[in-house]
Design a protein around this ligand. Structure first.
Ligand code: SF4
Length: 438
């Protein structure tokens, strides 16, 4: 069965009720012999690797789920946009259900897909990958794993025993790891958590935590606001989070670096820098003072569209201790030079002495063998050690265009994959759960 619904219409009507109405016909035929009694229940979402998962309250008609909503009493709600879209994953009539093989050469209007067995699919793939390995070398095959993240450890292991160090995933394209990488460059670790009862001021940058953050992030934010938290939000959009802000810095997309450096300049010029912290823990302060000189509030207003007065007010509010925390979102590293823009925002924490203090920004302290929810493997996972060997890193495709990333990260960056294919550096792509548009 096919439904002719445009992508735009689908996106516009992405609410659960719409999804239920859209996809229900696809299963109704199969369900017609069964009871059509309405009932409801509770479950958990398995659409990502957040542990513990978020709670779902669902409504069903017979064996068909017709609505997904927050399980309000569950410790982890609200559902993020992925969780709330579960009906699409269950019932979209265009889901791929079996191995399919193209029978018409690429370029034809109809690829001529035919269903094949799993045995044939696996045998065909293995033969083709081994042929590339024999002719060109194992590192000419790039392995890639998208989201959800459960398949990542086995795909990584497959790449390792195939002999290719070119194992990439959605996180190593530009997503969370770019943000982590930026913070690791400045602090050696990523910031974790959200504002606590001891946080006096929180600055959230490019992050709509009402829709995109799990674990009751927005509920906690509202609770902290109710007890007096000061909130600064930098976001081009008027999001639910921005609506809670004491100061909403409506920055033009892509100009975050200028805004961050403008705030840094205010701290320096107004003597708001915590020198005892900086002198003890930081390097390069004199260079920072020189570099920020150009970012006057007027210049920042011109670049970013944020009124000069608001830049000054935000810097003062952030510096007004005893405890402020910074939460840069994952949209920032998606900009050109985004890694350095995250680093610029993160400097505000060190300059005001808000690093690892009560109510300030805290860093992850993963136990030695903790299973990272976003990568699915442990620090002592033996395959990770293989990928981290210098001889494997030297064979990775990101060695030349992203040498710092190559040095620091166990996952390869595929960001120049089209060029690598054109140049013949990559001959085969083994993608698992992959949307190449990312
Ligand atoms: S964060 Fe989103 S995708 Fe992950 S478990 Fe919660 S609702 Fe599901």
């Amino acid at each position: 069965m096919t439904l002719s619904v445009s992508r735009r219409a689908l996106m516009k009507g992405a609410g659960a009720g719409f999804a239920a109405a859209l996809f229900q016909p696809a299963v109704r035929a199969a369900d017609s012999q069964e009871s059509q009694t309405d009932w409801s229940g509770w479950t958990i979402c398995d659409s990502c690797n957040h542990m513990p998962m978020c709670g779902i309250h669902f409504k069903a008609r017979g064996n068909t789920v017709i609505r997904i909503e927050n399980w309000n009493e569950h410790p982890n709600h609200f559902l993020c946009s992925k969780g709330i879209s579960t009906l699409q994953r269950l019932y979209n009539p265009n889901r791929l259900l079996y191995p399919m093989k193209r029978t018409v050469p690429k370029g034809a209007a109809d690829p001529g897909w035919v269903r094949i067995s799993w045995d044939e699919a696996i045998k065909t793939i293995a033969e083709k990958l081994n042929a590339v390995k024999e002719k060109n070398g194992a590192d000419r095959v790039l392995f890639y794993c998208g989201d959800p993240k459960e398949p990542r450890p086995p795909v990584m292991r497959l790449a390792r025993y195939f002999g290719s160090p070119n194992y990439c995933c959605e996180s190593s394209v530009a997503c969370n790891l770019a943000y982590v990488h930026a913070l690791e460059l400045s602090y050696g670790a990523e910031i974790a958590g959200g504002p606590s009862p001891k946080t006096k001021c929180c600055m959230i940058v490019g992050k709509n935590g009402s829709w995109a953050s799990p674990h009751g992030f927005f509920r906690n934010l509202l609770a902290q606001k109710a007890r007096g938290l000061k909130l600064i939000v930098s976001d081009p959009r008027r999001t639910k989070v921005a609506e809670q802000a004491d100061i909403h810095l409506q920055v033009k997309p892509g100009t975050d670096g200028a805004l961050a450096w403008g705030m840094i300049r205010v701290l320096v010029k107004e003597g708001l820098v915590k020198r005892e912290f900086v002198d003890k823990w930081c390097t390069g302060y004199e260079e920072l003072v020189k570099y920020c000189e150009a970012f006057t509030p007027e210049y920042v207003e011109k670049e970013t569209g944020v009124p000069a007065d608001d830049v000054v007010k935000a810097a003062r509010m952030f510096a007004d201790g005893p405890s402020s925390m910074m939460l840069p979102g994952q949209s920032i590293p998606h900009q050109g030079n985004g890694c350095n823009n995250v680093r610029a925002y993160s400097l505000l924490m060190a300059l005001t002495g808000n690093v690892d203090n009560a109510g300030g920004s805290t860093f992850n302290n993963w136990p030695e063998d903790y299973i990272r929810w976003d990568e699915g493997y442990t620090k002592t996972f033996i395959d990770q050690a293989w990928f981290n060997k210098p001889e494997q890193k030297a064979r990775r495709i990101d060695r030349e265009f992203a040498p710092v990333w190559n040095e620091m990260q166990v996952l390869c960056s595929p960001n120049k994959l089209p060029e690598m294919v054109e140049e013949g550096r990559i001959k085969a792509f083994a993608g698992f759960g992959t949307n190449l548009l990312i």
